[in-house]
Design a protein around this ligand. Structure first.
Ligand code: ADP
Ligand code: MG
Length: 366
């Protein structure tokens, strides 16, 4: 017997390097009319590197001034604490921080009371001290309102709860697995200690200046707080995937709609990547539930949305979408389980390829 068209399309997708989980999924992919792509790990390689560790609180040293040796000690100490707190996290940024510490031969203390808030950062107790590592907004609080940041502003402790994970076919792909607290709970867990205290105000202002410099250079700034005080800013660089611009163009061609970039990262890093890959719709500073809100808004406008992502922070949007595709190599377990299909060969060009395969199979079925 000849194979039914949707099954041979699944086999074909496999040859292209995409694992499509069912014939229903294979069929739905061809209906997609709007595509949303995550940034870190999806449009970028997801193998970020710490390019600089900027120690804070040393601009105007009282009584003498810090020596160069002292600055190195402070840099390594800050990096070691950050890496210790990041060890349990599977976020690409966490791996970059741990790798940087390992490259410098630093010894990492074990982390206690680890909590992570997808899209925000992590918190842990290291050597008896509370260490937080995360986005500037999550760690430093509201930016002093000088210039309006790009994208949506979002609260942190009082963010609305994430919508429940659901899937169009009614199945919960993440059932029976609860590796992390739900985003809303985690946000609360991370925020229930005060942010940088009032006495830290000058160093908070300095931290924002350093963050602005690094973000202006297209890097992702990660802030390290120890006992509520900002001690360092880590500047992280990630490479754009080869073939990302071609994949974006192919998806635009297939859907006739402008592909969108949905990211939890800052507006400047997002704008730079969008320019590089030719994406005209950029939405930055998004929490996981903000990604879901974008998906729902398109769906209310009649679109069938395809979300492509890799992180725990993408899982709610992958579940809410008509179709969800996860990047397999750097992807988190939760994203791989929640998605309808997984890119096994680590190339973004496989995404338009499977949409096209689905379209062809659907034409044969009819
Ligand atoms: P994206 O949507 O681009 O994949 P995420 O939503 O995963 O990005 O992360 C958004 C931001 O939250 C990051 O740019 C970073 O500032 C912060 N963040 C998230 N997880 C971590 C972590 N484990 N360590 C440090 N920062 C983190
Ligand atoms: Mg990501």
């Amino acid at each position: 017997a000849t194979m039914p068209p949707l099954l041979s399309a699944i086999a074909n997708a496999g040859r292209h390097g995409v694992l499509v989980k069912s014939a229903v999924v294979m069929e739905r992919l061809g209906e997609v009319s709007q595509v949303a792509l995550d940034k870190t790990g999806t449009l970028t390689e997801g193998a970020p590197r710490v390019a600089a560790v900027r120690v804070l609180g040393q601009e105007a040293p009282a009584g003498g001034g810090a020596t160069a040796a002292c600055a190195v000690v402070a840099r390594d100490a800050a990096l070691a604490l950050a890496a210790a707190a990041e060890q349990p996290s599977e976020h690409p940024l966490a791996r970059a921080v741990v790798d940087a510490a390992n490259e410098r031969g630093l010894t990492l203390e074990p982390a206690d009371a680890f909590a992570s808030a997808p899209g925000s950062g992590v918190r842990a107790v290291v050597a008896g001290q509370e260490v937080r590592v995360g986005s500037p907004a999550a760690t430093l609080g509201e930016r002093a309102r000088t210039a309006a940041p790009l994208g949506l502003a979002h609260g942190y402790a009082d963010a609305p709860p994430a919508p429940p994970r659901e899937h169009p076919d009614g199945a919960s792909h993440a059932a029976g697995r609860a590796p992390r607290p739900a985003p809303a709970e985690a946000s609360r867990a991370l925020a229930d200690t005060p942010r940088a205290g009032a006495e830290a105000a000058p160093v908070v202002a300095e931290a924002w200046r350093v963050v602005d410099e690094e973000e202006g250079a297209g890097r992702t700034a990660v802030v390290v707080l120890v006992a509520g005080r900002p001690v360092a800013v880590l500047a992280v660089e990630d490479r754009t995937r080869a073939g990302a611009a071609d994949a974006v163009a192919a998806l635009r061609e297939l859907t006739g709609a402008e592909p969108a970039l949905l990211t939890g990262d800052n507006g400047r890093a997002a704008a730079r990547l969008a320019a590089e890959t030719g994406i005209g719709d950029v939405r930055a500073d998004l929490l996981p539930q903000d990604k879901v809100a974008s998906v729902r808004a398109w769906q209310e406008a009649g679109h069938k949305v395809l979300v492509v992502g890799d992180g725990v922070n993408d899982a709610p949007a992958l579940a809410a979408a008509h179709s969800g595709i996860a990047m397999g190599r750097a992807g988190s377990d939760l994203a791989l389980e929640t998605a309808d299909a997984v890119v096994v060969r680590d190339e973004l060009g496989t995404v338009p390829a499977v949409v096209a395969l689905s379209r062809r199979a659907r034409r044969v079925v009819r």
